[in-house]
Design a protein around this ligand. Structure first.
Ligand code: DQA
Length: 160
C-alpha cells in the first residue's frame, strides 16, 4: 500500500520558520518519523514538497494510483480551489494535517477550503498530528481494500 505525504508552500523551511508555532523539527525529520511509522504498518510513503500549487496538483494527478495521501497544504488550505479540485478527484483516502491549531490563530486561517472533501483533518498536534493521521488512515484504507476486494468463488472453502 502506498501513501503520499504532501507538503505545501513554506513547509520546506520547517525548523527555522516560527519554531514557537510550527516546532523545531525539519520537514526531513517529519518525513523520517512518518516513514518509520509507515514501515511498521507495512506501508510505503512517497514524500513530496512544493511551494507551487500547480506542481502539487501535477503530483497528485500522477500518483492517483496511491491508496491514500496525507497533506499539509500550508496556506493553500485557505484559498487553493485548484488544489481542492485536484484532491477531490483523487480516488484514495485523504487526511489533512496542520501543525498549528489554525482555529486559534488569525481569522483568515479559520477557513479551510480543502477540509470539506477530506476524510479527516488534524490540527494543532504539531508533528504528532502526522502520526495520528497515518494511524487513522491506514486502518481506514485496509477496511476499504477488504470491502472492495472481489468475493471469493462460492466453492473456495470446500475446494481448499
Ligand atoms: C499550516 C497552517 C497554515 O495557516 C500556514 O499557512 C502554514 C502551515 C500548519 O501546518 O499549521 O503554512 O498549514
Amino acid at each position: 500500500m502506498k501513501v503520499l505525504l504532501i507538503s505545501g508552500p513554506n513547509l520546506n523551511i520547517l525548523g527555522q520558520r516560527m519554531p514557537e508555532i510550527y516546532g523545531t523539527q525539519t520537514l526531513a525529520d517529519i518525513e523520517d518519523l512518518v516513514g518509520k511509522r509507515a514501515k511498521e504498518w507495512g506501508v510505503t510513503i512517497r514524500p513530496y514538497q512544493s511551494n507551487h500549487e500547480g506542481a502539487i496538483i501535477d503530483f497528485i494527478q500522477q500518483e492517483r494510483s496511491a491508496e491514500g495521501l496525507i497533506i499539509n497544504p500550508g496556506a493553500l488550505s485557505h484559498y487553493g480551489y485548484s488544489l481542492r479540485d485536484a484532491l477531490e478527484a483523487f480516488p484514495g483516502g485523504k487526511m489533512e494535517v496542520h501543525l498549528s491549531n489554525v482555529h486559534a490563530r488569525e481569522e483568515f486561517r479559520h477557513n479551510l477550503v480543502t477540509a470539506p472533501i477530506m476524510d479527516g483533518v488534524v490540527a494543532g498536534l504539531g508533528w504528532r498530528g502526522y502520526l495520528a493521521a497515518l494511524d487513522a488512515l491506514v486502518p481506514m484504507l485496509q477496511e476499504r481494500l477488504n470491502r472492495d476486494a472481489p468475493a471469493p468463488p462460492a466453492d473456495s472453502e470446500t475446494s481448499a
